[in-house]
Design a protein around this ligand. Sequence first.
Ligand code: SF4
Length: 361
Amino acid sequence: MADGSSHFAFTKAVETATASVWNKVSAQVTPLEWRLQAPLIAEINRLKREKNAVILAHNYMTPEIFHGVGDFVGDSLGLAREAARSDARVIVQAGVHFMAETSKVLCPDKTVLIPDLQAGCSLAASITAADVRLIKQRYPGLPVVTYVNTTAAVKAETDICCTSANAVQVVEWAAREFGVDRVILLPDEFLARNVARQTDIGIIAWQGRCEVHERFTVADIAEMRESWPDAQILAHPECPPEVLEACDFAGSTAAMSDYVTTRKPRQVVLITECSMADNVACDAPDTQFVRPCNLCPHMKRITLENIHDALAYGRHEVTIDADIAERARLAVQRMIDMPPPATPARYDLVKARHHVDIELI
Ligand code: SF4
């Protein structure tokens, strides 16, 4: 593939234009790396103005993307809300493919670009629309809640979407709305198990897994406690429930970030994707981050180089069948229309019910 991004030089003008980003990321990026990254950041920011484009950057992007070129940054829920509000003509999704689909679903008239078409997700790949249709036949009358980490075709078969930031709230809403005491929550088994511990609503779940978070174990946490006895350990709810139980706090990426920046622990371990810690560290200079994290290979496909090429050459445009997009929009919009949680949602580890059974399909 032609790479149009390799000829930019680190000039005085580039250094000046990117100085505020350097101040932010200098603890995470070496000066040598910066000489390569800064010219691209300057050029990407120029292209955004020229093309009337915005970049939605997920928390798992590397710091030079997250802090350097992201116009809106955050978790899936926050990015979905920003996509809906944005009046830019072009959206570049610095994230994975299902996120770009969500942006397209919410903004059918905008051009949505994903810098690498192979940026997938093990959760999104775990279930198809045909699977959901069969599940609905097996459980008639029960609402289907889908995690946003699914394809538009899967969302189109479901009643409402959720993220890890609002899953408990959405499950309880769906049960009330349908007048039932059980809800189908797809496709992340561990998120479903962790939600089940926070609510009285019965949960029917699918056996999808996030390949990044499923790898953390209780033994990992015990080792960390031994090595860093003073560290606060925070986990994402895509981890197994017993891992959450061994930690000090569990919540969505937004909740973890909020915990660190407001409570300012002296030492912290984030049990999640590696770049999350790097990005929060840029905003929390007084906290020491211990980094036994896992990389998401899909998120790491997105680079400054391919973001540049996406903007410069309009690649790769995300399109969705109109009927699927319309039905998926209902499910996503229902979630967006719910009031945002007053504080970023946490999974209460003290009040959590233990050994809750869920039905696995
Ligand atoms: S971190 Fe997990 S859920 Fe997120 S994109 Fe990667 S595989 Fe999917």
